[in-house]
Ligand binder design. Sequence first.
Ligand code: NAG
Ligand code: NAG
Ligand code: NAG
Length: 319
Amino acid sequence: MLPLIVSTMLAYPTNNYPTNNYPTNNTITIAPGVDMPLVGLGLWQYNSSVAEAAVKAALAMDYPLIDHALGYGNADGVARALKATSRPRHSFFLASKIPGGLNQSAAAAALEQVLSELGVGYLDLVSTHFPADWDGKTGASDAARLDEWKAIEAFHKAGKARAIGVSHYCPRHLQGLLDNAEIKPACNQNEYHIGMGSAGVNATDDIAFHRKVGVAYLSFSTLCGPCGDKGHMELITGKMVSDIGKAHGKSGAQVSLRWAVQQGIPVVPKSSNPKHLAENKDLFGWSLTEEEMATLTAATTPAVSGSGDGKTSGDCKVP
Ligand SMILES: *[C@@H]1O[C@H](CO)[C@@H](O)[C@H](O)[C@H]1NC(C)=O
Ligand SMILES: *[C@@H]1O[C@H](CO)[C@@H](O)[C@H](O)[C@H]1NC(C)=O
Ligand SMILES: *[C@@H]1O[C@H](CO)[C@@H](O)[C@H](O)[C@H]1NC(C)=O
């Protein structure tokens, strides 16, 4: 066996993990040896029984990625679906999150809790959910974020997560972690959808910054789930996305998802409806023209939810 080449920032014990066998086309590399599928199933706001049905249906349809979080409170349903499937663990990418704002020992316990609640031996990706506790105050400092991160690094080194990342971090939070982390975060998952534009230094959608520092950018709420009924439907049945979809024989929702995927940004739309699950995954083998991409990127609605200013998610208000 070749000796493991250890770089200072990225000491990945990749030899501890089974070789994944999901298709590596339609993926992006988020860490050495770790390819993340560009589309998966999200589970936010699903109770355990809906989560169970959605994961069962998605796995039966060969979904390559399931995106869970401890904070969703539906791990028992996800675990039942994972137990019931005939698909081996290494045939899909399993991501989860622990709450933000935890100190090192609380984070270590939360990480073990994810494995035991899901009933799995390892995760493909585990992230901290927020740059602080949900109150935006507890653990809201670079030092506290680093303390939680140390537990996540240890979990990775112990062979329990192939890649480790963050979520809801604005560029300032991410830079603070990059300055001090031993293992670089592989990715940052943020609200990202058509209509957000960019609000500058306090926006979480500063993708150029992520590219510069080499941290993969992932999208949640690509269909604007939390944007209210109007905003949400605008990216599913709205005129702009529907008209573009017609030219490709695709739905408006598929256009909204393809817009992110075509930028190399993974998406995790949620559905427990088999028709929508199939549609949400059908994002490859066709593409939007450059002109269509530019039109979608220039859209200024629906606005990002969160801060109430219509421009930012509010996450950068966390100190
Ligand atoms: C879970 O959510 C579904 C859909 O909202 C609902 O029909 C069902 O009653 C809920 N189950 C429980 C146990 O709350
Ligand atoms: C870590 O957080 C837990 C839960 O809030 C607390 O009980 C524990 O005392 C903290 N440990 C340290 C070292 O601060
Ligand atoms: C960005 O957010 C910080 C912290 O809330 C604030 O001090 C700063 O003025 C904001 N900058 C801009 C350009 O809005």
